[in-house]
Design a protein around this ligand. Structure first.
Ligand code: ADP
Length: 494
């Protein structure tokens, strides 16, 4: 039976979404995708935990949710995101009223399997109480990896949800949700799930694997990353699993929130600018230098300012930077970094800043306003990631006329065009080999190019003119949802 629906609907499940909770790019995606889908006529609901400190939303329902023997009343808070798009925040203080989202320091909470299985169950139960099912369930990263699994087990003959297809999106393959197999019963899953074609991973279980194997389509956040993760080098042990699903694996580049990240209308900037009026960017640069206590003399204003905003983890290429600790201060550039993460990298930046107070500034912490200020005021943005599924900061940078210097992987390779002779659309500096020397070469090229103001401006403007809006990505998700549902493509729209 195919009832005609005014608005097709999607149930999105994930562990963080802007503006409620964020540790990384996933939150940006889950905050922006639902409104973008709504612009294309979809009704989009994103379900995430109501973590400590989240005050948004009005209570709409409370009912008990059970995972294994664990039963708690879950309160559902609804917060509108846009016309046709809303967030549902699941309140369960025993699980989510904690200091942080996933764990403290580098140590995950011991009950993360339960915390996110509960989220998934709560989301499905919530959807199952409506009169009609969503057209598709769209689960994100390992935290929601059990959604496809539950749909094909617990909900296989559910009066509302039976037969609902799912799409699973990998934002970062490095996080696999691996737990002891003995947890299966306490997750309401049978031992039949402990097989290679389902959740089993080297004798343990992986939520990520459940999402990959159980969903109709698997997507990831750039075309290049979709290819890379099918190779041993980038597959994190999952390349074989992903090759097996290769025919159903699609890369869809993330968009960026072009309203939140708009140099012409950014509340965090002391001056606004656009591609036709770049001059005020100098005022923002001055503000960044001041904020970091770096010199603000003519020389400091003239030399390029390199910004970094990043989680401080191995993925982001800090080992290359560590290897260049003595070289960076010798470049004719200043550096400002904002980030938090691995204590070793935090210390590295603190030490570098203390050693070179006239050239390097470091802020350890998470600071949305400062992230905007850096994107606005820096001349270059450094993102030497070892791997990068999509990456948002390089796109924000291009939009702010801040020229990215990146490693040629994943979404960085898909979005940044290297500055080469006669390449008029070049937007940045790209290095191929993951070595300190290659990074230094790219940075040196960038610093040298900076002196050629005409050419530099061309790089800035080319980046500022790129379209990274969500509409393009949302359309691709709609196509996948429709294919997952088995609907014929609309055919009228390209
Ligand atoms: P990832 O998701 O791997 O962390 P992305 O580049 O895709 O990397 O997204 C990172 C997002 O998190 C960006 O919006 C970036 O501005 C933000 N971010 C990362 N670290 C910080 C920080 N310390 N303070 C503010 N924002 C940060």
């Amino acid at each position: 039976m195919t009832a005609k629906r005014a608005r097709p609907s999607v149930l999105i499940i994930g562990s963080e979404a802007q503006p409620f909770a964020k540790t990384g790019g996933l939150a940006d995606v889950l905050g922006a995708l639902p409104p973008a889908l709504a612009r294309f006529g979809w009704a989009a609901t994103v379900v995430l935990p109501r973590y400590r400190g989240v005050t948004a939303g009005a209570p709409v329902e409370t009912f008990p949710v059970t995972v294994g023997g664990f039963t708690r009343d879950a309160a559902f808070f609804e917060a509108p995101l846009a016309d046709g798009a809303r967030a549902i925040l699941v309140d369960c203080p025993d699980l989510y009223d904690r200091e942080s989202l996933y764990g403290v320091g580098n140590v995950d909470y011991a009950d993360n399997a339960l915390r996110f299985a509960f989220l998934t169950r709560a989301a499905l139960e919530f959807a199952g109480r409506r009169s009609a099912p969503p057209l598709v369930v769209h689960a994100h990263d390992w935290q929601a990896g059990l959604a496809p699994v539950y749909l094909s087990t617990l909900y296989a003959s559910h009066p509302v949800l039976a037969g609902t297809p799912s799409v699973f999106t990998i934002h970062n393959l490095a996080y696999q949700g691996i737990f002891d197999a003995s947890l299966l019963p306490s997750l309401d899953l049978g031992w039949d799930q402990l097989t290679v074609g389902r959740l089993e991973y080297w004798g343990r279980i992986s939520f990520l694997k459940g999402g990959i194997n159980g969903s109709r389509f698997v997507t990831t956040v750039s075309r290049r990353y979709a290819e890379e993760i099918q190779t041993p080098e980038f597959g994190f042990g999952f390349d074989g699993i992903l090759r097996a699903r290769g025919a159903d694996l699609v890369g869809i580049l993330n968009g960026i929130d072009t309203r939140e990240w708009d140099p012409a209308d950014d509340r965090f900037l002391p001056a606004r600018f656009d591609a036709d009026h770049l001059e005020p960017k100098a005022t923002v640069k001055l503000a960044v230098l001041r904020r970091y206590g770096l010199p603000v003399d003519e020389g400091a204003q003239q030399r390029p300012l390199v910004g970094i905003v990043s989680r401080m983890v191995d993925q982001k290429g800090f080992d290359l930077i560590a290897a260049l600790a003595d070289d960076l201060p010798r470049l004719d550039a200043s550096f400002v970094v904002l980030g938090t993460g691995d204590p070793a990298y935090q210390d590295m930046w603190r030490v570098l800043a203390a050693r070179h107070p006239d050239r390097i500034g470091a802020q350890i912490g998470f600071d949305e306003a400062l992230a905007h200020l850096i994107e606005g005021g820096a001349d270059m943005f450094l993102m030497p990631s070892r791997f990068e599924p999509c990456g948002l900061n390089q796109m924000y940078s291009m939009r702010y006329g801040t020229v990215p210097v990146v490693h040629a992987v994943g979404g960085l390779a898909d979005t940044v065009e290297d500055d080469q002779p006669r390449r008029r659309k070049a937007t940045g500096f790209v290095f191929r080999e993951y070595t300190p020397a290659a990074l230094l070469d790219a940075l040196t090229r960038a610093v040298t190019r900076f002196a050629d103001r005409t050419r530099w401006r061309a790089l800035q403007v080319a980046g500022m003119q790129r379209d990274f809006s969500w509409d393009r990505s949302a359309q691709e998700y709609v196509k996948i949802y429709e294919r997952a549902f088995g609907a014929r493509p609309r055919g009228t729209r390209a």
